[in-house]
Design a protein around this ligand. Structure first.
Ligand SMILES: Nc1ncnc2c1ncn2[C@@H]1O[C@H](COP(=O)(O)OP(=O)(O)O)[C@@H](O)[C@H]1O
Ligand SMILES: [Mg+2]
Length: 254
């Protein structure tokens, strides 16, 4: 299964949330976190990793996608992006074909869940990753611009690309703010697009999130008791019913 972490407006907390979600779901689920901002790597930086093979080698130098996958050190794997590679900001259809094939193979053979940490906005590659995913998790913050941009992204994805399965998540927001903006978005999305997005709750503003980024260590690995970490764990629980079931235990017969 594939899920994209995405947003209309930039800087809302996608990368930070995506890697903590990956951590929250591991190792119960085999998770691959894909740095879908292909030309501007973020995920490896937030984890203080220095990958030698990245998606650049896969798309521009013919290496296999499995060669680029590395262990995060936190129970899940990563497909790292490249840093400052312009050709990857708008991959051509051949590159997209290679990437789709590789990602579908990994999703079928090695992982329960692929998480795409996308860039912001409605650029072609962001839309492409969102269309490849089974679910689009749209993050917003309690600011009018973030809300209108979230709606614009959902509108384009649903009207022009047929996407239907949306999760909404408020970040840097109180429960009350998260709910208020959700009910507004939900009304507009229902009225104009005929869809019912699923609300995943709110992650509060918490200085520990920024500190984790500065220290290049995931929040859930250093401050599990913090308010933001607890909220992320709750979101992970709410997502579980949508994820592929864990292998049922086989009863041993004697
Ligand atoms: N819940 C939060 N509380 C406080 N700061 C946050 C929170 N979530 C994200 N941030 C801050 O927002 C900034 C952008 O986060 P990032 O994950 O890089 O966003 P994006 O991937 O959407 O650009 C970072 O500096 C981070 O510290
Ligand atoms: Mg990011």
């Amino acid at each position: 299964m594939m899920i994209s972490i995405t947003s209309g407006k930039g800087g809302v907390g996608k990368t930070s949330f995506a890697l903590n979600l990956a951590l929250a779901l591991s190792p119960a689920y085999r998770v691959l976190l894909v740095d879908a901002d292909l030309g501007l790597a973020n995920v490896d930086v937030m984890l203080s990793l220095a990958p030698t093979v990245t998606v650049r080698h896969v798309l521009l130098e013919g290496r296999s996608i499995r060669e680029a996958v590395i262990n995060s050190g936190y129970g899940f794997d990563i497909l790292p992006a490249a840093s400052g590679v312009v050709e990857l900001a708008q991959p051509d259809s051949e590159m997209k074909g290679t990437l789709e094939l590789g990602l579908r193979e990994l999703a079928e053979e090695e992982y329960d869940l692929l998480i795409f940490d996308t860039g912001a906005g409605i650029s072609p590659i962001v839309l492409w990753f969102n269309c490849l995913a089974d679910f689009n998790l749209v993050i917003y913050t309690p600011e009018p611009t973030s809300i209108t941009d979230a709606y614009a992204l959902i509108k384009v994805l649903s009207r022009d690309y047929g996407q239907k399965n949306f999760f909404l998540l408020a970040n840097q927001a109180s429960e009350k703010e998260g709910e208020q903006y959700f009910s507004h978005l939900n009304r507009v999305i229902g009225h104009y697009l005929g869809l019912n997005p699923y609300y995943l709750g709110a992650i509060p503003r918490d200085g520990e999130v920024e500190k984790s980024i500065r220290l290049q260590k995931p929040l859930l690995a250093r401050k599990r008791e913090s308010k933001a970490a607890q909220a992320i764990l709750l979101v992970a629980e709410k997502l579980k019913p949508f994820l592929p079931g864990e292998e049922p235990l086989v009863a041993t017969k004697y």
